[in-house]
Design a protein around this ligand. Structure first.
Ligand SMILES: Cc1cc2nc3c(=O)[nH]c(=O)nc-3n(C[C@H](O)[C@H](O)[C@H](O)COP(=O)(O)OP(=O)(O)OC[C@H]3O[C@@H](n4cnc5c(N)ncnc54)[C@H](O)[C@@H]3O)c2cc1C
Ligand SMILES: *[C@@H]1O[C@H](CO)[C@@H](O)[C@H](O)[C@H]1NC(C)=O
Ligand SMILES: *[C@@H]1O[C@H](CO)[C@@H](O)[C@H](O)[C@H]1NC(C)=O
Length: 562
């Protein structure tokens, strides 16, 4: 089917993994699973990447604020052979997610493969790359000592929320603004914003979170958005995690068959919960065209007047901000730019850093197509309406198979065509592809890699052999364990993990045991009442029919005699 362009040269053994965040950790695991020898270089002193909370922003690294909780629930954000502990919250705080990563590291003994405080400064092809496919990796330690080592392959996992994107030149008069300005990348908490007037620019996930956070202490928060956004809650039916509903394979099939109808129905449902037009949030784009704003508190901050939604900023004027509708807010103390991120790979050869708009030229968002050997891969440079961990894990599993020559890449031309094709498809399906350039549709993307890996679940076969499991796989949430049922890396616990996933969802709620309302006795009682009623009615009817004494009299006399 696929013509192998370049055989993997000699046996790939030694692999350099750059970064020990969620993507790097699962890449180390992927190497071990395939019998490769990973060495992970992490520039900081600890694992976790973005999930390791830093009091002060560290240049070149992704950062989070104190209040971050995950926006996809734990079962959807799990690694496929490592279900989160049953007692962990569904939408964990960032510190609990870091704990989950630590458990993963322990369980698969990943730590011994990580060299901390070691920064990769350069990755270059060896002189005999055409033959060997090897790379020279230069690192620098905390004492600034450099070291050069040769690796058979390299996986880049350095994250893509690393540099604040601060389009100051788009804002007229920002130079005259007297107050404080900061990017969401620097934001830790609302400390210091008590009683202030704050403008938050941008309504991505960060902009929504920051507006809510700051509005609890500020005098007023103005949330400025050019295009608006669909606001969805983490909390779904009956209080269960929202992302467990509507995300099954069956739902995907339905949304393919009835795209516009499903879109309309979804928007209707969202507007019933929160009229996006009334709240000034309604975007021009449909629900699936952009990752929604996951926020449970924003509506209540708006209804209480603590947050006001405003259009795009037109200009700054001293301490005043003028919006595009010509409204002016005076005495603004702080402006927070939640305007997104940029990324770069300063250590890679320049020909591998070429971006087309914001996107790197990578086949399946992973492999640069122009290399003589497929021995360099990028993992975790992807966005979807779904969690990153399982996406990175799937990428890493495929990458290690390619490194070993067990799965091959198409020719460079085919890969380039494919990249063009997905970029075009992405532009058609998603709005703002320039700022959101790494977007894929979750299940189809996972399945396409799973197919090449040979781990895609065979649903018709499952229905024949294990209907109970098949039903969960097709109609239940598409949890990552589905990709461990068959093929390389098959995990014997996968079936059990799927069949017990709802149990792990329910357990963290059981913090105060409340008796289920006694449904059985109650229904017995109502059956008795109904049967008594029916008996009485038929008795009365019969009495009237028989023309005997007045049924009411008879009844009263019964009661009296008791
Ligand atoms: C505020 C915020 C909230 C988020 N919430 C969610 C969420 O709820 N769900 C979700 O799925 N995703 C979320 N994300 C996306 C998140 O980035 C990914 O989930 C994922 O954790 C990224 O992991 P990573 O390993 O690819 O990158 P990172 O976590 O950024 O890790 C990269 C690592 O590489 C290291 N590194 C960088 N350069 C070098 C070098 N030259 N040499 C050595 N080491 C280097 C860094 O120190 C870092 O440890 C969120 C992101 C942000 C910013
Ligand atoms: C992103 O970063 C690259 C390299 O650091 C830079 O050339 C580019 O202009 C930046 N893009 C944006 C939109 O900030
Ligand atoms: C969760 O938030 C991150 C960072 O803001 C974003 O990249 C990701 O797409 C969001 N996920 C969902 C499911 O909305």
């Amino acid at each position: 089917m696929k013509q192998s362009r370049a055989r993997v040269p000699t046996m790939v053994l030694k692999v350099a993994v750059i970064g020990a965040g969620a993507s790097g950790l699962t890449s180390i695991k992927g190497c071990l699973e395939e019998g490769l020898e990973p060495t992970c270089f992490e520039s900081s002193h600890d694992i976790g990447g973005v999930w390791r909370f830093k009091e002060n922003p560290e240049p070149g690294r992704a950062n989070i604020y104190e209040s971050v909780i995950i926006n996809s629930s734990k079962e959807m954000m799990a690694y496929s052979d490592f279900p989160p502990p049953v007692e962990f919250a569904n939408n964990m705080h960032h510190s609990e997610l870091l704990q989950y990563l630590r458990l993963y590291v322990q369980a698969f003994r990943l730590q011994q493969h990580i060299q901390f405080q070691t920064t990769v400064v350069s990755v270059r092809q060896t002189v005999d790359f055409a033959v060997s496919g090897q790379w020279e990796v230069e690192t620098k330690n905390a004492e600034n000592q450099k070291e050069m080592r040769v690796f058979d392959a390299v996986i880049v996992c350095t994250g893509h929320f690393t540099q604040p994107h601060l389009p100051l030149s788009d804002f007229i008069g920002i130079g005259s603004f007297k107050g404080r300005t900061l990017h969401s990348w620097e934001y830790r908490s609302a400390e210091g914003m008590q009683g202030k007037n704050v403008v938050v620019i941008g309504i991505g996930n960060s902009g929504g979170d920051l507006a809510v956070d700051i509005s609890r202490v500020a005098k007023k928060v103005y949330l400025s958005t050019r295009s608006g956004g669909w606001v969805v809650s983490r909390i779904g039916q009956g209080g269960l995690p929202n992302d467990l509903f509507g995300t099954s394979r069956m739902d995907l099939i339905k949304s393919k068959l009835f795209a516009s109808r499903i879109n309309k129905a979804l928007e209707k449902k969202l507007n019933e919960a929160l009229d996006h037009t009334l709240y000034g949030l309604r975007p021009k784009h449909g629900f699936f065209a952009q990752i929604p704003v996951v926020n449970d508190d924003l509506p209540s901050r708006i209804i209480s007047g603590r947050v006001q939604v405003k259009p795009n900023v037109k200009e700054f004027f001293g301490s005043s901000v003028v919006f595009e509708d010509e409204t002016i807010i005076d005495q603004v103390d702080v402006v927070v730019f939640a305007t997104g991120y940029n990324y770069s790979f300063p250590f890679l050869p320049s020909e591998l850093q070429i971006k087309c708009d914001y996107r790197l030229q990578l086949y399946k968002h992973i492999f640069p197509p122009g290399l003589a050997h497929p021995t360099l891969a990028v993992v975790g440079f992807i966005h979807a309406l779904g969690a990153v961990n399982p996406l990175s894990e799937m990428q890493a599993r495929w990458v290690t198979r390619v490194f070993k020559g067990l799965s091959s890449l198409p020719s460079a031309e085919t890969m380039e065509k494919e990249i063009q094709k997905d970029t075009t498809a992405m532009r058609q399906s998603f709005k703002c592809s320039e700022r959101n350039p790494l977007q894929v549709v979750y299940i189809p993307y996972m399945d396409s890699l799973a197919e090449m890996l040979g781990v895609r679940p065979n649903i018709p076969w499952l229905f024949l052999t294990d209907p109970r499991l098949a039903q969960q796989v097709l109609f239940g949430p598409c949890t990552p364990y589905q990709y461990r049922l068959t093929g390389p890396g098959r995990w014997a616990g996968a079936r059990h993990a799927i069949l017990t996933q709802w149990e792990r969802v329910l357990q963290p709620f059981r913090t105060r045991l409340v008796q289920q309302p006694k449904t059985k006795p109650q229904s017995m009682w109502s059956i008795t009442v109904v049967s008594l009623g029916v008996a009485l009615l038929s008795y009365l009817c019969c009495s009237v029919y028989r023309g005997s004494i007045s049924p009411l009299d008879k009844l009263l006399s019964c009661i009296e005699t008791r």
